[in-house]
Every structure is written in structure tokens, then in C-alpha cells.
Design a binder for this molecule. Structure first.
Ligand SMILES: [Fe+2]
Length: 305
């Protein structure tokens, strides 16, 4: 089994790098820490111990917005040599990162592959930390990058990839979407069944409810499209707001996500939630995306709007 620690970074193409940098700093509130060629590096991790700050959590590069990669940190670097064979035995193609590729990811080593849907993944070993602390570009209250929604063309097949080849566990299901945890956080990856692949949304955790609501009014004032919320997911207890970023990628702020602690692992059982509006938001906020989908498929999705 490939034991992962966390999602370490995302690498996302963008059609207009300069305006995406402005959005990442002025709107989301990330710290621009480096520019290299046509790539920009952002930091988002507030830590108690200064050296625990990760070098970066997001890279935006000039390119195809559908070119997206998820960097996952290996739990124990001693397992790195076995990762290539584990992936190949599971039928996955692998590529050992060159020195140049590792340098651009700020890691000692990496192995690139794809999940069965075709989403690009990099498993990184000994990624770099920073001696300087995260200094946000606006006071959004971000504490760290936390999770992604990820499109899948076959949720059952890809759940096996994440839970049998890798060490993710199903925390719960919402409809056919599994919420997968890697560490104690209720979900690091949520799979969204679709006929496309790529990242569905990018989540940053903020300190508290006040940060969610402050940003909600800030985003409205800046004419940023609110996609869902403010609201609360009963499945993870997280208070959230979703909003649209460059290249129509959705970003999310949330706080208060549920954790499954090590002593609960043995007895924890995932729960099934139905696709009803109050299971997406217990306060009654409506998802723009689901509302649009329901208009297109009124018989299938009537319950969620
Ligand atoms: Fe989310």
C-alpha cells in the first residue's frame, strides 16, 4: 500500500497568468512566494513552528486550464523506492521525476502517475519546507490548503485506487460521491462522478465562522460569483462558502471540518447521505451548480434544489 500523508500541492494551468496571480493574492489571500518563468508559487500554511511552513501549496502556470496535477506527500520517505513497483503492479504508468522536475516541485524526489480516470498525480518524497512563515496578502484568515473535489469517470473504480492501492479511507458518501480521508481530516479528496476529469474545487481552511462571513461579504463587494453558501455541510460539519475563480475553477473557504481521530479508526463506519438539499447544506443554501444541473435534468435532480 502507498501510504500518503496529505495533498502537498496543486499545479494548475491558467489562460491568463497575471490576472490569476492578482486573483490568488488580492481575492483568495494567498502569498505569492516565487515566480519562475511562466509559473507562480503560492504559500498558504500558517504553522505554530516556523520551519513547519511548507514551501508552497499551489502553483499556477501559464498553460491549459485543464492541465492540473495533484502532488501527494508520501508518509514515510523510506517507502519511496517501492512506490514505482506498487503503481506498475496496479497497472498504472509511472515516471520518475527528473532533477529539473523535482526542483520545480521543491522536493527531493517524485514519481508521476495518473489515477484510473486520468487525473495527473505526483507522489513526492521529502518536499521542501520554508524557514520563513506564511504572510498572507489579505486577511482572509486562511490557515492552510485543505482539500479538493476531483472529478471521476468511475467513482467505484477510483475509490479502489485511493483506498486499496493508497491509504485513503471512505469517511462518508453523498449520493455516489465518496469523501476520502488521508489524515484525520474528514476529507482530503471528494470524488465527483462525471464524464470529465480534473479538479472540481479547491478548499482553503479559515480560522472561524467570522472569516467565512467576512469573505462572503468581501467577495460580493468584489463581484465574485458565489457558487454555494454561506452554509454548513452536515456530512463534515464544515461551515463553507464556494466562489468562482479564474478559468471557472471553484474555490472554497471553510472551517470546523470534522476529524476522525486514530482511536476512532477501528470503529468508524462511513455513512450514506442522499442527494437532498439539506444534505448539501443544513442551513438551506442552494448550490448554483446543482441548481443548473437540476434545470438540465429535472427528473433526476429535483430533490437537491
Ligand atoms: Fe469542499
Amino acid at each position: 500500500m502507498i501510504n500518503l500523508r496529505d495533498i502537498r500541492y496543486l499545479r494548475i494551468g491558467t489562460a491568463d497568468l497575471e490576472s490569476s496571480i492578482r486573483y490568488a493574492t488580492d481575492i483568495i489571500g494567498l502569498q505569492l512566494v516565487a515566480r519562475e518563468g511562466k509559473s507562480a508559487y503560492f504559500r498558504s500554511h500558517k504553522t505554530d513552528i516556523r520551519g513547519d511552513t511548507r514551501d508552497h501549496s499551489l502553483v499556477l502556470f501559464e498553460g491549459d486550464p485543464n492541465d492540473q496535477t495533484i502532488g501527494l506527500e508520501l508518509l514515510d520517505p523510506r517507502g519511496f523506492d517501492a512506490v514505482g513497483a506498487q503503481l506498475e503492479n496496479a497497472g498504472r504508468e509511472v515516471h520518475l521525476g527528473t532533477r529539473e522536475e523535482c526542483d520545480s516541485r521543491r522536493t527531493k524526489a517524485l514519481i508521476a502517475t495518473k489515477d484510473p480516470s486520468g487525473n495527473k498525480i505526483e507522489i513526492v518524497c521529502r518536499p521542501y519546507h520554508s524557514g520563513t512563515r506564511y504572510f498572507p496578502s489579505r486577511d482572509a484568515g486562511i490557515t492552510h490548503f485543505s482539500h479538493i473535489g476531483l472529478y471521476t469517470t468511475d467513482a467505484v473504480r477510483d475509490t479502489k485506487f485511493w483506498t486499496e492501492l493508497c491509504n485513503a479511507r471512505v469517511s462518508d458518501w453523498l449520493g455516489d460521491s465518496p469523501f476520502l480521508r488521508i489524515d484525520t481530516t474528514h476529507h482530503s479528496i471528494v470524488l465527483f462522478p462525471s464524464n470529465r476529469i480534473g479538479i472540481h474545487h479547491v478548499n482553503h481552511q479559515v480560522e472561524d465562522l467570522d472569516d467565512v462571513m467576512k469573505s462572503y461579504y468581501f467577495l460580493k463587494e468584489k463581484n465574485v460569483k458565489i457558487v454555494h453558501g454561506p452554509g454548513r455541510h452536515p456530512i463534515s460539519t464544515a461551515i463553507m462558502v464556494y466562489f468562482e475563480g479564474p478559468d471557472k475553477l471553484t474555490y472554497e473557504y471553510s472551517c470546523g471540518v470534522k476529524h476522525v481521530m486514530p482511536e476512532e479508526e477501528a470503529t468508524y463506519r462511513p455513512r450514506q447521505f442522499s442527494l437532498e438539499a439539506y444534505n448539501a447544506c443544513m442551513w438551506g443554501s442552494r448550490s448554483y451548480e446543482l441548481s443548473q444541473a437540476a434545470k438540465a435534468h429535472p427528473n433526476e435532480l429535483r430533490a437537491v434544489v
